[in-house]
Design a protein around this ligand. Structure first.
Ligand code: CTP
Ligand code: MG
Length: 224
């Protein structure tokens, strides 16, 4: 399991979002708890900003989370690449999940793991609900059919050998992708669609925060 957490969160502003509190604990902790508690997950690798490595190690151990904290890179892809170097020997399958998606649930993790076991690679996605249109300066350009389009989520997973080969090929070709599926497909590996969950938000903009707090509270009440 690799949880890239080395982003600066420029669209969110302020403290990098993965270290902001959600229901009283850092988002990164909330995200890792979902995986640490999952029977299919054996090891957690967490790329963080270089300046935060010590602090992140201390924070995760304070929350009782055993994770291998590594220094990430300038892009999400580079951070995942650093994570791939630290995956324990003998690992068969790797999932990658954005630190900024704390609402992932056990059932979706299990579904991705099962699809990777069966097909080699898989990712969560939800069909696009909004009408899509290109921008053309200050007015709109052409409409893009949403038919058959997915908004991608994480976790995304693959056999370790596939993911390593896909990342190495992208690096060699100077390609930067925004998720694992893009790199896997480029390298010729098919990726299975697994139904995502609209609640599995990626905290991105400042206005996401109030929604996240409300969702978290509701979830805590249900589980409580
Ligand atoms: N990420 C990372 N290393 C980077 C950039 C991003 O590990 N150099 C991680 C983020 O921490 C996040 C995930 O990749 O958990 C998805 O990235 P995104 O949502 O784009 O987060 P940020 O890059 O932090 O945000 P922004 O793009 O607004 O700056
Ligand atoms: Mg980013």
């Amino acid at each position: 399991m690799i949880v890239p957490a080395a982003g600066a969160g420029t669209r969110m502003g302020g403290l990098p979002k993965q270290f902001r509190l959600l229901g009283g604990a850092p988002v990164l902790v909330r995200t890792l708890e979902a995986f640490a508690a999952h029977p299919a997950i054996d090891a957690l690798v967490v790329p963080v900003p270089a300046a935060e490595q010590r602090a992140a190690e201390a924070m995760l151990s304070a929350y009782g989370l055993a994770a291998h904290v590594v220094v990430g890179g300038a892009t999400r892809q580079a951070s995942v690449g650093e994570g791939l170097k630290a995956v324990p020997e003998g690992t068969g399958i790797v999932l990658v999940h954005d630190a900024a998606r704390p609402f992932v649930v056990a059932d979706r993790i299990a579904a991705v793991v099962a699809a990777v076991r069966a097909h080699g690679a898989a990712a969560l996605a939800v069909p696009v609900a909004d009408t899509l249109r290109r921008g053309r300066g200050e007015t709109f350009g052409e409409t893009v059919s949403r038919e058959g389009l997915y908004a991608m989520q994480t976790p995304q997973g693959a056999r370790l050998d596939w993911l390593r080969a896909a990342h190495a090929a992208a690096e060699a070709d100077g390609i930067t992708g925004t998720d694992e599926v893009e790199l896997l497909q480029r390298a010729g590996y098919p990726v299975q669609v697994v139904e995502g969950d609209p609640r599995n938000l990626k905290l991105t903009r400042p206005t996401d925060w109030a929604l996240a707090e409300a969702l978290w509270e509701r979830r805590a009440q249900r589980e409580g």
